[in-house]
Structures are given as C-alpha cells and as structure tokens.
Design a protein around this ligand. Structure first.
Ligand SMILES: C[S@@+](CC[C@H](N)C(=O)[O-])C[C@H]1O[C@@H](n2cnc3c(N)ncnc32)[C@H](O)[C@@H]1O
Length: 203
C-alpha cells in the first residue's frame, strides 16, 4: 500500500517542523526501500529489526520480501508516523518507541538475536549517546554482522561510517528522488566508541 497524498503532506509538514529528526523531504521510494532489503532472505525465517520506520515504506518492502515465518519488528519515535506505519503494515510488529530502548523492546518479545539490522535513523543528527546505544545493541544482537544504514545524501557520510567500521560498502539508488543510498557496514573498530569516532551530535 502506497502512502496517500494526505500522508505525504503530513510527512512534508513534519520535515519542515522537525527537519533533521526526519531527515528526508519524502518517504523512501520503492527503489530505496528495496535496496534496504539486500540481506532479507525470502528462503528462510529471520528476525528483522528496523529502526526509524516513519510511514513504513521500508517496513512494507521487507514484508513483501521476507520469508512468511520471519518476524519484523519496526520501531518509530513519532506517534503520528507510527500510527500510519502500523495501519499500513499489519504484518509487522510496529512499536512506538525510541531506538535507545532496543534492548527493552527485544527483551519484552523474548528476542535475543536479530538476523537483519536495518537503520533508517537520521544517524548524523542524533545525539552520540543514541548512536552509541544503537551500535552497542547491533554488536551484541546482530548475527549477520552487517549494519545497514539508509542515507539521503550519497557518499557524504562515508568517512563518518568508516570511522566506526573497517568495511563500508555503498549502494547508490539513482531512481530515488533525489538520489539516495544504503551503507552496508561490517567489522566494528575496537575504538569506535571514542567521541571523535562516534557519529552524531556531542552529548
Ligand atoms: C529518514 S526517516 C526514515 C523513515 C522511513 N523509514 C523511510 O525510509 O521513509 C527517519 C525516521 O526515524 C525516526 N526517528 C528519529 N529518531 C528516532 C529514534 N530515536 N528512535 C526511533 N525512530 C526515530 C523519525 O521519526 C523518522 O520517521
């Protein structure tokens, strides 16, 4: 189900009022959402976690691709966006909450490990302590060892992610308007938690 015209307007008004917390002028296109699903495996059950679901375009793309016995937990901070994603994606467990609560959210569902860890968060604009919390949870919980991160500005944050991970791949999505992309990061650096390496705003 595509976002309605009214929902697109709602998104745009949130962008103009909250700016960096929302990070993109429009919800992700199906091409960008599809690129986020690179490691979603239709052939076997997985636990998939998405952070920053917004109105659910990536959530929806994951639902279409994932194995029928997979579990998708999608977390969104904004109550209005959460309500839209929840309505749009009944097959997902769409949680109203913050990425800093990942451990509580997973523990409440008796989920120890996550196979696919997808971040749609506006990582560069978040406080460093939020990003540290997210990366720590990824390190402890994610079995695939891949940290997947959406971006609205192609390549711009390459060096930022390279300060945290040894290996960073970037997939450009030219069909998204404007062109955007997805980072696939692995191999966390031992000293990633030092302040000059952590993405985000100083605490
Ligand atoms: C760039 S948008 C991505 C939305 C959607 N996944 C898409 O691709 O269109 C970032 C989303 O992260 C949400 N967000 C920001 N901070 C958050 C946090 N601490 N925890 C959970 N979601 C957060 C915002 O409300 C927004 O919906």
């Amino acid at each position: 189900m595509k976002p309605t015209f009214g929902n697109r307007l709602k998104w745009a008004s949130k962008f103009f009022t909250h700016g960096r917390k929302i990070a993109s002028l429009t919800p992700s296109s199906r091409w960008l959402s599809g690129a986020m699903c690179r490691d979603v495996d239709p052939t076997q059950p997985q636990v998939i976690l998405e952070l920053g679901a917004g109105m659910g375009p990536v959530t929806s793309a994951v639902l279409e691709r994932m194995h029928p016995e997979s579990t998708l937990i999608a977390v969104e901070l904004d109550p209005e966006l959460h309500a839209v994603a929840r309505h749009r994606c009944p097959g997902a467990d769409v949680v109203l909450g913050s990425a800093v609560e990942i451990d509580e959210i997973l523990d409440q569902r008796s989920v120890d490990q996550v196979d696919c860890f997808l971040s749609c968060l506006p990582t560069p604009s978040l406080p460093q302590k939020v990003n540290q919390c997210v990366i720590d949870a990824w390190r402890r919980r994610c079995t695939s060892g891949v940290f997947t991160q959406i971006t609205q500005i192609p390549w711009y944050y390459w060096s930022m992610y390279s300060r945290v991970f040894h290996h960073v791949e970037f997939k450009l999505v030219t069909l998204n308007a404007p062109p955007a992309g997805v980072y696939h990061c692995r191999d966390l650096r031992d000293d990633y938690a030092t302040l000059e390496r952590l993405p985000g705003k100083p605490n």
